[in-house]
Design a binder for this molecule. Structure first.
Ligand code: HEM
Length: 125
């Protein structure tokens, strides 16, 4: 399969593909569904804005990513392993290796900061 150019449309494809996988995952789905309920469309739209801001400099996303996550309950180390594995598989499937790596650098950095917040150390990279 050919890889996608880094455009807003490709980021929308990434976000929708990744969260389809999250929602089909028995470990991750309950945490997301508890927090998001029937508000998946706004969540996906925010995640597209987030990645367009990070990867394309769009500045459309404003949020408190750390604070939002610290309010979630029941997030365990195994959830980070699963989140990162799924995200890596999705970006590597859709994008060229150097673009996939850019996504992964951001995801791992935020994942590490969230793990410091929850556990005081990094348990999954
Ligand atoms: C175990 C791993 C993770 C879990 C279970 C998780 C779960 C969630 C949930 C449930 C929300 C929605 C919160 C709400 O609207 O009330 C959310 C929002 C978000 N997550 Fe995560 N997340 C994880 C890791 C990450 C990572 C590694 C990133 C880095 C890219 C990330 C980026 C975001 C962003 C940008 C938002 C939107 C925040 C906002 O709306 O202001 N998450 N996450």
């Amino acid at each position: 399969m050919s890889t996608l150019e880094l455009t807003p449309a490709a980021i929308a494809t990434l976000v929708h593909t990744f969260y389809d996988d999250v929602r089909a995952d028995p470990e991750l789905a309950p945490i997301f569904n508890n927090a998001i309920g029937d508000q998946w469309e706004p969540h996906l739209a925010r995640m597209v804005e987030f990645w367009c801001t990070v990867m394309l400099g769009h500045k459309s996303f404003q949020g408190n990513v750390f604070g939002t996550h610290m309010q979630l309950s029941g997030v365990e180390p195994r959830h980070f392993r699963r989140w990162l594995d799924l995200f890596m598989a999705t970006v590597q499937r859709l994008f060229a290796p150097e673009v996939a790596e850019e996504f992964l650098i951001v995801a791992r950095r935020i994942a590490s900061s969230l793990q410091y917040g929850y556990y005081g150390k990094v348990v999954a990279e």
